[in-house]
Design a protein around this ligand. Structure first.
Ligand code: SAM
Length: 249
């Protein structure tokens, strides 16, 4: 590729940073458009592809341009051990909104109500991708496409529909909101068209989300424990959905 750095600098402000081999691998697998990809060690990156991802090896071979180590390091906030980075085109919001709103739905939408922690949001997107959830919607100020979230999600934003919306813009479907005071989830079968909503790390579910909720459900927990971590709660709930009939496609 001619002048990958010029291309990088031109595209970076409006692109999604794929930081590391695994983020690039997943983005390629799930059809992301990737205009530029660099590595400080092409031989090592392709050896990693041979070992871990032979399905995307030909595409990585075509995409990756080797640049000096210092140049690579200047393009990313914190160099990744795999010394691979790429820029991807962010999927169109309109297409995501259409996907999130489409019914009947084959798998739930995860709603994070005012999440605060970028790492938690990334972990949840990775879970949603793994379970084949329709999407992940956040409310509040956190940007679910922030580079730290994309890094935490290992590039799996491209495997589901990730958008930020207000509570009154949530897609259709019954809202099952998770709260330690709710009914025991073990007695409930979660429908495929559910919106599974989780509160913020600090203050739990907002008043707006509670008002929109059709059911409040709790995860089993000993009395003296206050709550679980947000991403852990999403993991248990998606597992419950899958174990009671829903399944990753
Ligand atoms: C860290 S917790 C929030 C703790 C917060 N201090 C509160 O008052 O709820 C983040 C979210 O995870 C979910 N969660 C955590 N533990 C749960 C439990 N035992 N049952 C149901 N949901 C739970 C809820 O959606 C909660 O809002």
């Amino acid at each position: 590729m001619t002048d990958p750095l010029g291309r990088w600098r031109r595209l970076a402000p409006d692109s999604v940073l794929l930081d590391g081999f695994h983020a690039l691998k997943h983005a390629v697998r799930f059809g992301a458009e990737i205009p530029v990809a660099v590595t400080a060690d092409r031989t090592a990156a392709l050896a990693l592809a041979d070992e871990l991802a032979p399905d995307v090896r030909p595409r990585l071979d075509a995409l990756l341009t080797e640049v000096p180590e210092a140049v690579y390091a200047s393009l990313v906030p914190r160099p990744h051990p795999t010394a691979v980075a790429a820029l991807a085109v962010r999927p169109a919001r309109a297409a995501h909104l259409e996907r999130l709103a489409r019914t009947p739905r084959g798998a739930p939408v995860v709603v994070l109500d005012h999440p605060r922690n970028l790492g938690n949001a990334g972990a949840v997107i990775r879970l949603a991708a793994g379970f084949g959830a329709t999407g992940v919607v956040t409310t509040g100020t956190l940007d679910p496409w922030h580079p730290t979230v994309v890094r935490g999600g290992a590039g799996l934003h491209f495997a589901t529909a990730v958008e930020r919306l207000a509570v009154d813009e949530l897609p259709p479907g019954p809202v099952f909101a998770l709260d330690p005071e709710g009914d025991d989830i073990r007695g409930v079968k979660l429908p495929d068209d559910a919106l599974l909503a989780f509160g913020s790390e600090r203050s739990g579910l907002s008043a707006d989300l509670r008002a929109r909720a059709d059911h409040l459900l709790s995860l089993p927990m000993r009395p003296q424990v206050s709550s679980y971590n947000l991403a852990t709660s999403v993991a248990m709930t998606l597992y419950h959905w899958s174990a009671t009939g829903g399944a990753p496609s």
